[in-house]
Design a protein around this ligand. Structure first.
Ligand code: NI
Length: 137
């Protein structure tokens, strides 16, 4: 059974007030659980930055389909990196813009490289990659 350790945290009034507002918005009932989640998130982020650490990631992109989709770059890049691209979801936002969510899996450096290759293409207005480390037995 895991034992719990208690420790004190010093924080100035303004920062603590903002923290309490944040955890209230997110629905935490206690500061301790919020701090544990923040620590877990940071530890996971640190793990997923190791170049060879296995990660899963979602790349969310908004692009103009006249400039990007019709160039064939999206399909070509996904075929080139088929071992890394798990699946995609496409949403037609309006007559011109599309939202694409690409699920990626592989070593962190490769996942980031594939995501960078997609986001840097002409027509991509915004792109954001979020990764989570995968425990490999
Ligand atoms: Ni579309």
């Amino acid at each position: 059974m895991t034992s719990l350790q208690r420790f004190g945290v010093s924080m100035d009034d303004g920062l603590l007030e903002e923290f309490d507002e944040l955890i209230a918005r997110r629905g935490y009932s206690a500061r301790s659980e919020a701090i544990r989640d923040l620590v877990r998130t940071e530890l996971a982020r640190e793990q997923s930055t190791a170049p060879d650490a296995e990660v899963v990631g979602t790349l969310t992109m908004v692009y103009n389909h006249h400039d990007f989709e019709h160039s064939g770059a999206l399909t070509r890049l996904q075929h080139e990196h088929h071992d890394c691209v798990v699946c995609t979801t496409h949403v037609h936002l309006d007559a011109h813009d599309c939202l694409e969510i690409v699920v990626l899996r592989g070593p962190g450096a490769r996942v980031r490289s594939v995501a960078d290759g997609l986001v840097s293409r002409k027509g991509v207005r915004q792109g954001h990659l979020a990764t989570i480390p995968v425990e490999v037995p």
